[in-house]
Design a protein around this ligand. Sequence first.
Ligand code: ZN
Length: 272
Amino acid sequence: MRLMSSGRLHATFEFGDLRVISLRDGYIDMPPTRLRDEDGCALDQLPAAVPLVGGNLRLAVNAFFVTDGTRSVLIDTGASDVWHEPTMGLIYDALDEAGVDRARVTDVAITHRHEDHVSGLIAPDGSEAFPELERVWIGAGDASVFTGRLEPIRDRVVPVSEEVAINDWTTAIPAPGHTPGHTVYEVRGGAGHLLVWGDTVHVPALQFDRPNVSWEFDGDQSQARSARAALLERLSRPHHFVAGAHLDSPGIARVTPSGDGYALEHLAPPIG
Ligand SMILES: [Zn+2]
């Protein structure tokens, strides 16, 4: 997996015959009290290695566009304008910067129902952000999100309830825990396996070193912990890479075992 080009809001990687484009939607600040130990309590003390901005954790928000030149899939869509603080919603600018026409986006795969992942299907002006949209995969347990503002998209929703190929090189894999329908997408290129894993980790500076640390918004804490353990084990195999919604942008990295946990090696310099 090789970085080809990057800008303020995107980074493009060569991945065998595929191109993987990381798109930065923005960031969100959250208090460190959202971190949970194995008893479900807030952590007593945050290690000094975890950076804070004004006392908060700053989570990057990324989406990923993968194409073979003919077929493409956009995995997650950012927050559009639904968040109370306007720190997200940059995915449309990121697509422009990367040279991806929104009308090329026919297939979208959503990792889970939360606003910073699904809301970008509708642009701030209320129109559909992707005018040629044909299919939206989402875990069956999260498919009820397509009401209200997202209602116009509902006729194109494809619920995922088991491991299933969504194109020649992408497989949807249910990984519930963060939400009931949380789904990861494995992209296979000539260069290996890329696991686009949604919200498996929220605070990379802590949760690779200590994978048992969980997040308040993991709906089922122990299920999310098990899913994280299984995915980290899978990622530590050769020729495996991770693309994370909340890993520091551009959020594409290699994972290796380290001590009782794992270490993260980014494949590109930071953007954003
Ligand atoms: Zn998220």
